[in-house]
Design a binder for this molecule. Structure first.
Ligand code: AR6
Length: 180
């Protein structure tokens, strides 16, 4: 589905994040920025070794990336010029600041993209794979954070959520319809 929210096209579709033709894709990384499984593994595989080289430089410079924070690298061989790496929270039952950290991950990714002049960006469903965040709750936070941002700030021309399968897509679409 596509909806115009203020000045930004919000797109929620099923697909592969690594194949998106947007200026930046967001990686659901881990704090050590060393690659891994899930969407992180897919991004490093499709983007080639340059992304990991830049991730290592960042960690050497500033240490590991705390949950909720975001950093930027080039996109290597991807269609996207940039990858924004953020770290979502690991689900530990819900009373360990998970909601705030997940919200920060989306907000800090958007802020960093804006600082770099990026106007089109695509997100995966952060924390809902290996990090086990309950999907409905994660979708609510992801969508409300992005909606709040693009209602207040007209910088982005397009924000996409690229969901890996139909079940995840359905949750996000349903949630979004109840929010806009
Ligand atoms: N395109 C879009 N979404 C994808 C793709 C893809 N190519 N591949 C997987 N997903 P996860 P997390 C979905 O586990 O929960 C990694 O090992 C997947 O179906 O990738 O934040 C990191 O290194 C799910 O909906 O990220 C960390 O250690 C969503 O992406 C850890 O996993 C997120 O699942 C991060 O865990």
């Amino acid at each position: 589905m596509k909806s115009l929210v203020a000045q930004t096209e919000l797109v929620i579709v099923q697909g592969d994040l690594t194949q998106q033709e947007v200026e930046a894709i967001v990686n659901a990384a881990n704090s050590r920025l060393m690659g891994g499984g899930g969407v992180d593994g897919a991004i490093h595989k499709a983007g080639g070794p340059q992304i990991l080289v830049e991730c290592k430089e960042i960690v050497n410079r500033q240490g590991s990336l705390p949950p909720g924070e975001a950093v930027i690298t080039s996109g290597g061989n991807l269609k996207s010029a940039y990858v924004i790496h953020t770290v979502g929270p690991i689900w530990r039952g819900g009373n360990n600041n998970e909601a705030v950290l997940l919200k920060n991950a989306y907000n800090n990714s958007l802020k960093l993209a804006k600082e770099n002049g990026i106007k089109t960006i695509a997100f995966p469903s952060i924390s809902t794979g290996a990090y086990a965040y309950p999907l409905e709750q994660a979708a609510e936070i992801a969508l409300s954070t992005v909606l709040d941002f693009i209602k207040k700030d007209t910088h982005f021309s397009e924000v996409r959520f690229i969901l890996f399968n139909e079940d995840i897509l359905n949750v996000y679409q349903k949630k979004c319809l109840s929010m806009i």
